[in-house]
Design a protein around this ligand. Structure first.
Ligand code: NAD
Ligand code: IPM
Ligand code: MN
Length: 355
């Protein structure tokens, strides 16, 4: 990359605080590596919804489409129902831009205390590959019969062969470049019709690669990810299972404040979107204490995606250095530093190592 167009959507709550951090770091890093980002700053948020009646303008997706990537803080704020904010921004971007892969790397980072015993936390390095376009998050369903004795709510899961095959292929390609093992989350022992189909298609698809694929029931897998997280390499999950496992795995590594994610359209037809795994954290928003690492690590993933390999490498190393120093850790990982102090530390590490 020498130059890229990136749409920045800070969103709500700590989304704006961690976005400021990422932009401050990139403003110092990119000139050092000869890269450039032309930013489009978008105030799409719950606040916009309350004043203008929509989280984004009618032609919002068309505007995003003109960019090479989207960097997102978080959306959602008390006072605006989550189904309104999420279906008004986040989910349409993932869907319309066919970002069918949600990539969520999880590593125990030196200096970040895991709640697990040190021998269990040692060497945790897994990649969650989450299906990001269908499954349990389908648009089919609704609430019916309000105020009647038969009031009810329905949600129809949708698993298509095309959808399962393409995510299984992606997981297998990644696993081949890692340690060659996929564990797919399932629930085929329940009475869920979709899961035996998921298992069959994942097994058939990944059989064409040099990988070993096994299936674990989601309930047991949740326990094993806590008891033996270092045994896992690629964890493949449907939309809902992958969502839950990614917060679980982030917790195992110390905090959801450090967990990154990328919503990728592997065909490159549409812009991909990079965002931390966490949300807007209303309980700590506005205090300047949010951990920016999840956002900065997501920025690393964006730089890699855009082909800025040197900048990505320098930033990842600076994040690791910052976490190693107890003085530059935020409260969620046992420190006392604020967002600004962590940002400054990352900037000073990148500028020193690029020199
Ligand atoms: P959350 O991730 O916002 O917060 C969960 C807990 O983790 C809170 O105690 C919070 O303080 C803490 N936390 C999260 N990020 C942190 C950080 N960077 N540093 C320190 N602590 C951090 O999840 P929630 O409370 O379930 O959701 C709050 C809102 O965010 C909701 O409206 C939800 O829909 C939305 N949300 C949005 C996204 C997204 O935009 N991708 C993701 C998750 C949740
Ligand atoms: C995430 C979030 C979203 C999801 C919500 C906010 C819709 O939890 O990105 O992990 O479930 O995908
Ligand atoms: Mn989630």
């Amino acid at each position: 990359m020498t130059s890229a167009r990136v749409a920045a959507i800070p969103g709500d709550g700590i989304g704006t605080e961690v976005m400021d951090s990422a932009k401050a770091v990139l403003a110092r890093l990119l000139p050092l590596t000869g890269d450039n980002i032309a930013w489009t700053d978008l105030d799409w948020s719950c606040e916009r919804y309350l004043t203008e009646g929509a989280l984004m303008p009618d032609d919002g997706l068309g505007l995003l489409r003109e960019h090479d990537a989207v960097l997102l803080g978080a959306v959602g704020w008390p006072g605006v129902p989550d189904h309104v904010s999420l279906w008004g921004l986040l989910i349409p971007i993932r869907r319309m831009f066919q970002q069918y892969v949600n990539l969520r790397p999880v590593r125990v980072m030196e200096g970040v205390p895991s709640p697990l015993r040190p021998d269990l936390a040692e060497g945790v390095d897994l990649l969650i590959v989450r299906e990001n376009s269908e499954g349990e998050y389908s648009e089919i369903g609704g609430r019916f019969g309000a105020g009647t004795p038969v009031e009810s709510a329905f949600q129809q899961s949708v698993f298509t062969r095309t959808g399962v095959e393409r995510i299984a292929r992606f997981a297998a390609e990644r696993a081949e470049r890692r340690r060659g093992r996929i564990v797919a989350a399932t629930k085929s022992n329940g009475i869920i019709h979709t899961m035996p189909f998921w298992d069959e298609v994942v097994a058939e698809t990944t059989a064409h690669y040099s990988v070993e694929t096994t299936f674990e029931h989601i309930d047991a897998l949740a326990a094993k990810l806590v008891l033996h997280p270092a045994r896992y390499d690629v964890v493949l999950g449907s939309n809902l299972f992958g969502d839950i496992l990614s917060d679980l795995a982030a917790g195992v590594c110390g905090s959801i404040g450090i967990a990154p994610s990328a919503n990728v359209d592997p065909t490159g037809t549409y812009p991909s979107m990079f965002e931390p795994v966490h949300g807007s954290a209303p309980d700590i928003a506005g205090r300047g204490i949010a951990n920016p690492v999840g956002m900065l690590w997501s920025t690393v993933m964006m730089l890699e995606h855009l082909g800025a390999a040197r900048a990505a490498g320098l930033l990842m190393e600076a994040i690791a250095e910052t976490l190693r120093d107890p003085a530059t850790r935020t409260a969620d990982i046992g420190g006392t530093a604020d967002t600004a102090a962590v940002t400054d530390a990352v900037i000073s590490h990148v500028t020193r190592s690029a020199a």
